[in-house]
Design a protein around this ligand. Structure first.
Ligand SMILES: C[S@@+](CC[C@H](N)C(=O)[O-])C[C@H]1O[C@@H](n2cnc3c(N)ncnc32)[C@H](O)[C@@H]1O
Length: 354
């Protein structure tokens, strides 16, 4: 013992918990202040109230059309499945449970921030270690992943396109125009350039094409001219700066802002190239008779899925495809408004070996 140290108090006073952050109003509005929603295990009753009000608790994601997906994918015990878009793991968990015992789930996601959290959550549920294999990768690499992890192919594939609520709701990720944040819009912030850099350097005509092709923006040409004029007065570096610049274009409304964000997001993540590449690889990933289901959220995605499945049917790669897209029930849309625009399509691999 060191004689120079003061004697320790045998009954120290309990430490005061840190003071809760102040915010105006009854409930926190900012993502980072929603400490109860961000800790669902501790505040489950509060999280249930948020869900009952039709909102998605901060830091989580509600899987869409789970029952319909399980019906078309028909997972059975012992199957190997691939989830191309793990996200919060809601669909993954439903599939993982349905393929036990002895089933394996391969899961990929491009997001380096959310993937480890979801993997830890899934692993804590007590499935066998080898029931889950994750890979941080773009789904354009799905054939390589399957060739390495399941060389005989998989019985089930799911792709739930677009963004998770954790990504959308966190202003630091720069996806939402409803809160101030860096104009980033990358699902993998370690790759490529943020949307602010893309917007600063695009020629007016390229910006107009991007708005038209990625979001069917009806005023693409004049809006591109307006945004180029705005950026020459003041650089557009944050989400709210871009939203303000769009709103100041005559005829713009909140849907215009949403379309501009969608168009830039598709561009910075090269989403259509990744989707086309994944769609081409699906038949080689599926074992004979295997099923794939894809959830799309806007016409640019759904058109591609529809065409790829139709071409696959004509080429004899698939022996059945969904005649029409399936839609969420009105009850699901009411409970989760983010399900509103969802279209689910499926295809079945021919039973002949490939
Ligand atoms: C709608 S969320 C998936 C939600 C998930 N089904 C669930 O139940 O939580 C879409 C996910 O796909 C990921 N993603 C989007 N594009 C991707 C790509 N090209 N490659 C891999 N992951 C991608 C996003 O990072 C996001 O986590």
């Amino acid at each position: 013992m060191n004689d120079n140290q003061p004697p320790q108090d045998p009954h120290p006073a309990p430490q005061k918990p840190p003071r809760r952050k102040r915010y105006s109003g009854k409930n926190p509005r900012r993502f980072e202040d929603k400490y109860k929603e961000l800790e669902p295990a501790r505040y489950s009753a509060d999280v249930d109230k948020v869900l009952a009000s039709g909102k998605t608790p901060a830091g989580t994601h509600r899987p869409i059309m789970v029952a319909e997906i399980l019906q078309v994918l028909a997972p059975s015990p012992g199957d190997t499945a691939l989830d191309c878009t793990l996200g919060y793991g809601g669909h993954a968990l439903a599939i993982l449970n349905a393929i036990q015992p002895a089933g394996r789930l391969l899961a990929m996601d491009v997001d380096p921030i959310e993937l480890p959290k979801t993997e830890a959550r899934l692993r804590s549920l007590g499935h066998a270690e080898n029931a889950l294999t994750t890979r941080r990768s773009n789904y354009a690499g799905c054939a390589k992943f399957v060739a390495e992890a399941a060389p005989n192919g998989v019985q089930i594939i799911l792709a739930d396109l677009g963004l998770s609520s954790m990504q959308i709701d966190n202003p630091a990720r720069g996806f939402t125009f409803k809160a101030e944040g860096p104009l980033d819009l990358r699902m993998n912030p370690e790759r490529a350039q943020p949307a602010s850099a893309l917007l600063a350097n695009l020629a007016e005509s390229a910006l107009a094409s991007l708005l038209l092709e990625n979001a069917d923006e009806p005023a693409a040409a004049s809006l591109a001219r307006h945004l180029c004029a705005s950026r020459s007065t003041q650089p557009i570096l944050t989400t709210t700066q871009l939203a303000r610049a769009v709103r100041s274009h005559p005829g713009s409304d909140e849907d215009t802002v949403r379309r501009v964000f969608q168009a830039l997001r598709i561009a910075v993540n090269d989403e259509f190239a990744a989707l086309d590449s994944m769609l081409r690889q699906l038949p080689t990933c599926l074992a004979p008779g295997g099923r794939v289901a894809i959830l799309a959220f806007h016409s640019g995605e759904d058109r591609r899925v529809k065409l790829a499945f139709k071409n696959g049917l004509h080429a004899g790669l698939y022996d059945a495809i969904s005649p029409e897209p399936l839609r969420p029930t009105p009850a699901e849309v009411h409970a989760n408004p983010r399900a509103r625009s969802t279209k689910l399509r499926w295809a079945r691999r021919t039973t002949a070996t490939h």
